[in-house]
Structures are given as structure tokens and as C-alpha cells.
Design a protein around this ligand. Structure first.
Ligand code: CP3
Length: 355
């Protein structure tokens, strides 16, 4: 049976007993599993080489290239999971939103979404819209063997911020103006994005992804009461839509110390934590029944090895009593990071936690 015929609820048997999936399920692990957000990308010379002359969004639509880039950090660092090479704006591009990813800037939207009439531009996403994703994941699961593949999508709030602002934003002022000023339009926008996001995650799971991560990178800009009222229903809709599949659901954001409990409540099996809250305190905020992912400050990787090891030890010590722990950075790999420091970090965590 091919991965595409895998019925809902039947796990991918090759990856089922991996350390990563066991940790997500809060089962005993042979060692703490490690992967890095943004592990595929500009910190790797082999990435820069294969991407040369190919615009970011175009590279996301070439299955052979996606497969190669996704595998690069697995080969080099021996991480415990691969993350599918793409970007959070790919499903929006796929339904016809005019946007581009500008190097050094990020996603830029030609005509921002600001009015009810603009909502009509957010049509449903079908598997045919992203056929290259299904193709690439089919190739990848063959190559990866027992190493799990993490699929991902942007969460409704973070996608809305790019769409409403028209690009990256520090204060999210237009986004918040809509959220506070026209709550009905806001709710409808987030609901639309939840449907598109859920459809995109389903494509990845049906193609063979073993876990999914919802990136709500910028939601830390909100207070808990606003998160509960204006964001949680849409993110919960995404998690509910993929609940029937037997794959762990990871929920991540930056600066979300005050939101960790609510982000778990939205339906995650694993909550991602940035470096601002120690994992033992994060576990108290999230409550029982969930694994945690994190949370070394990415900037620590610029310090000498002894300091990296000391700070890593602190993370592992804080994680000692957790039900399940997946080691990661508190946010993505930075482009100027020395890849060798990441390889050493994976080996160090494996060695320190080997049972
Ligand atoms: O290895 C992986 O984690 C998979 C690849 C991945 C990319 N983007 C590739 C990428 C993932 C998971 C993302 C998610 C993403 N994209 C997020 C959520 C994660 C986070 O960091 O919080 C966000 C907010 C985006 C939007 C986005 N796309 C930004 C802010 C940027 C950086 C702009 C820049 O150039 O500094 C991008 C572009 C992007 N996405 C690149 C890569 C490898 C760089 C483009 C290039 O290499 O030319």
C-alpha cells in the first residue's frame, strides 16, 4: 500500500517507533530526540548551492529540489526528524494570492486583505493546488525510512498578519485594527484561513507526514484574553480538523509565555516553547497530558562550545521531569550560524540523554 492509501488513523509503521514520535506521545525514549526549526536553509552551504538562481517560492514547487533540501540537515546533523521544506505562505500562493518572498525581508503581499470584499480572494485549497507537495512527500518518505517527516503550516493569526499588513510587521497595527474594530470580519477571515490551513495539513498527512506543526510565530503580540476570544477558535478548528489522523500536532509561537496554557487548550499534543520560559515552568503553565518542545536560545549557538553545552544542560535539567520532551531551539536556526555547532549540539543532546 502506498503512503497515499494510508487510511485515517493508521500510523506510518516505519516511523512509529522513532524517538521523536515516542516523545510526542509521551512514551519512554532511547534518547531525547532533536530537530531544529528552519534546519533546512541558509545556514547550509549545500542549500545555497542547490538554490542558486532559483527564487524561494519556485523552489518550494519543485519536488526533487524540496526533497534534496529537506534531506540535507538530516544527513549532516543526524537530527531525529525532517521538516518539509516550504514556507507558511505557500498555500496562499497556491490559491492565487499575489505574493512573493523577498530575500532578507520575508513574505510580501501585493494587495493586502483589509475589507469583506477582499475575503472572496481566499478560496478553498484543493490537493491539486499543491500537487507538488504530495509528490515531494511521496519521494521523501521513501528516502527517510524510519526518520519521521514533520509537515507544517502557518496558523491563522500569523498568516492573517502577513495578509492584512501586506508584509512583515513589528506592531501588527492593521491586523489589530481589524481584530478590535471589526470582530465579525476578523472572525470570518480567521475562519477562512483555518479552513485553508486544515486542508493544507491534510494534504501533507495523507501524503505521509508523521507529525504536523502549526507555526503561530507572531501570536506572542497578543494578551491572553484577546487570544482566547479572537484567535483560539480558529487555531482549534485547524487542530480539530486533523485530530482524526493519528499524527502528533505541535503548536509553536514566539514570546508566548503568557499563552502557553491556551495554546495547549487549542488542541496541541506538543507545545513549543521559546527560550524565555524554562521548560519546568512551561510544563506547569501547559498542564498535564502534553509534551513540550524547545527551548535553547538560538543565539547561544554563537558562543563557544563549552557555553553551548552549559546552556543545553540547563534545558535538559529543566526538562528532566517532563512527560515528553523534544529538544529544539526556542526559534529558528539563524542564517549566519555555523552548521558544525548544530551538528555538535545534536550529538551532545543524544549523548547526555542516552538511556
Ligand atoms: O527547515 C525548515 O524549518 C523548513 C523551512 C521553513 C521555511 N520557512 C523556509 C524559508 C519553515 C518551517 C518556514 C516557516 C516560516 N516562514 C515561518 C514560521 C517559522 C518562524 O521562523 O517563525 C515564518 C514566520 C515564515 C515567513 C518567512 N519566510 C520569513 C520571516 C522569511 C525570512 C525572510 C528572510 O529572507 O530573512 C521567509 C523566507 C524563507 N523561508 C527562507 C527559507 C529558507 C529564506 C529564503 C531564502 O533562502 O532565500
Amino acid at each position: 500500500m502506498s503512503a497515499n492509501d494510508r487510511p485515517v488513523g493508521q500510523p506510518n509503521s516505519k516511523t512509529h517507533d522513532s524517538a521523536f514520535l515516542k516523545a510526542c506521545r509521551r512514551e519512554a525514549v532511547p534518547h531525547t530526540p532533536v530537530w531544529f526549526m528552519r534546519q533546512a536553509g541558509r545556514s547550509l552551504p549545500e542549500y545555497l548551492k542547490v538554490r542558486e538562481g532559483i527564487p524561494m517560492l519556485e523552489s518550494c514547487m519543485r519536488p526533487e529540489l524540496v526533497t534534496e533540501i529537506t534531506l540535507q540537515p538530516v544527513r549532516r546533523h543526524k537530527v531525529d526528524a525532517a521538516i518539509y521544506f516550504s514556507d507558511i505562505v505557500v498555500p496562499l500562493k497556491a490559491i492565487g494570492i499575489d505574493l512573493d518572498i523577498k530575500p532578507g525581508v520575508g513574505p510580501v503581499v501585493a494587495e493586502p486583505i483589509r475589507t469583506r470584499a477582499d475575503l472572496a480572494r481566499l478560496r478553498d485549497l484543493t490537493p491539486e493546488d499543491v500537487h507538488y507537495v504530495t509528490e515531494a512527500i511521496g519521494m521523501l518518505t521513501g528516502e527517510l525510512g524510519s526518520t519521521p517527516l514533520i509537515g507544517f503550516a502557518g496558523a491563522p493569526f500569523t498568516l492573517a498578519s502577513y495578509l492584512v499588513e501586506g508584509g512583515p510587521s513589528r506592531n501588527h497595527e492593521n491586523t489589530k485594527a481589524m481584530m478590535y474594530g471589526d470582530p465579525e470580519l476578523w472572525a470570518d477571515l480567521l475562519d477562512r484561513l483555518a479552513e485553508i490551513t486544515a486542508a493544507f495539513l491534510k494534504v501533507q498527512i495523507e501524503a505521509g507526514a508523521s507529525a504536523v506543526q502549526l507555526f503561530d510565530s507572531w501570536v506572542g503580540a497578543l494578551a491572553p484574553a484577546d487570544y482566547r476570544r479572537s484567535i483560539l477558535p480558529a487555531s482549534a478548528k485547524v487542530f480539530d480538523a486533523v485530530a482524526p489522523y493519528d499524527v502528533p500536532r505541535i503548536h509553536f509561537g514566539v514570546g508566548t509565555g503568557e499563552l502557553l496554557g491556551l495554546m495547549g487548550e487549542a488542541g496541541a499534543d506538543v507545545v513549543g516553547v521559546d527560550w524565555r520560559v524554562p521548560l519546568d515552568e512551561a510544563a506547569r503553565r501547559v498542564g498535564p497530558g502534553k509534551a513540550l518542545q524547545g527551548n535553547l536560545d538560538p543565539a547561544v549557538l554563537f558562543a563557544p562550545t563549552a557555553a553551548v553545552e552549559e546552556k543545553t544542560r540547563e534545558v535538559l535539567d529543566a526538562a528532566a521531569g517532563l512527560e515528553g520532551h523534544i529538544f529544539n531551539l526556542g526559534h529558528g536556526v539563524l542564517p549566519s550560524m555555523d552548521p558544525d555547532s548544530l551538528t555538535r549540539l545534536v550529538a551532545y543532546v543524544h549523548e547526555q540523554t542516552a538511556k
